[in-house]
Design a protein around this ligand. Structure first.
Ligand SMILES: NC(=O)c1ccc[n+]([C@@H]2O[C@H](COP(=O)([O-])OP(=O)(O)OC[C@H]3O[C@@H](n4cnc5c(N)ncnc54)[C@H](O)[C@@H]3O)[C@@H](O)[C@H]2O)c1
Length: 253
């Protein structure tokens, strides 16, 4: 099949992608550029951001917990490309803690980054989107939003909050022309899923039992983000989109 020609599906879109220095965020940023969008990547990994810039993307230091950082990222976006009309709240941390043992810090830190960070991201782009006639915001959640994860309650609870946040934001911001959806990957091969938290977990055995029997690559999540950011997803808001290889289709018997 010949490659499609002409403007991409995101021509005219100006996007900010948080947590875009690596993993899923990086893949989304690259795919957005391929589809014609202008993209600013924000992350707190400054060394990785230098590589992102060397690869031709615009990058800016961002700690999603800091409203002043969000303001600087939006200002940079306006200076480089114009007011943002797409936001991908992708930055996230996975913190483990047993409910019987936690002093609460893992929950506070998870909610600070994964939930409040997404709230601050939405807040930062509302004026641009409102004044520009609308926009699309995506909150990267997880399958863990709708099933439990023993030992990972801080993460799973924050991902459920991401899904709920997208719905409330869709209701509040709909009158401004702003769509908000949550995107729920299953297992994706990134530094997060390959980290020490999973040392005792037999990933091959787990994934081999899924309808699509393997872990996903980050680029396989990016297509759903393109859909939600583009006019193709123009009637979608307040929805939860699962891209999980069938992980939640039923019990793994
Ligand atoms: N990898 C998976 O299997 C998987 C599955 C479902 C959902 N997710 C979600 O996808 C998103 C991306 O995860 P990933 O797998 O690419 O992980 P990752 O760890 O590779 O990437 C996360 C990025 O977020 C950044 N980040 C963390 N805290 C930040 C902060 N305070 N401010 C700014 N940036 C910050 C990190 O520096 C990193 O670049 C996360 O929200 C994660 O919960 C991942």
């Amino acid at each position: 099949m010949e490659a499609a020609t002409g403007p991409g599906r995101l021509a005219g879109r100006i996007a900010i992608v948080s947590g875009g220095a690596r993993g899923i965020g990086r893949a989304i940023a690259e795919r957005f550029v391929q589809e014609g969008a202008k993209v600013v990547v924000g992350d707190l990994l400054d060394d990785e951001l230098k590589q992102v810039e060397a690869d031709g993307l615009v990058a800016e230091h961002l700690d999603v917990r800091e409203r002043s950082d969000w303001k600087r990222v939006v200002d940079r976006c306006i200076a480089e490309f114009g007011p943002p009309n797409v936001l991908v709240n992708n930055a996230g941390v996975m913190l483990a803690a047993g409910i019987a043992d936690t002093d609460g810090s893992e929950f506070r830190n998870s909610f600070d980054v994964n939930v409040l960070g997404a709230v601050f991201g939405l807040q930062a782009v509302i004026p641009s989107m409102r004044d520009g006639g609308g926009g699309s915001a995506i909150i990267v959640s997880s399958t863990a939003a709708v099933v439990g994860a023993a030992g990972l309650a801080p993460y799973a609870a924050s991902k459920a909050a991401n899904m709920s946040l997208a719905k409330s934001a869709a209701l509040e911001l709909g009158p401004l022309g702003i769509r908000v959806n949550s995107l729920h990957p299953g297992g994706v091969e990134t530094p997060m899923s390959q980290g020490p938290l999973f040392d005792g977990f037999d990933q091959d055995a787990f994934y081999s039992r899924l309808p699509i029997p393997r872990i996903a690559q980050p680029a396989e999540i990016a297509g759903a983000a393109v859909f939600l950011a583009s006019d193709d997803g123009g009637f979608a808001t307040g929805s939860a989109f699962f891209v999980d290889g069938g992980q939640l289709a039923g019990p793994l018997l």
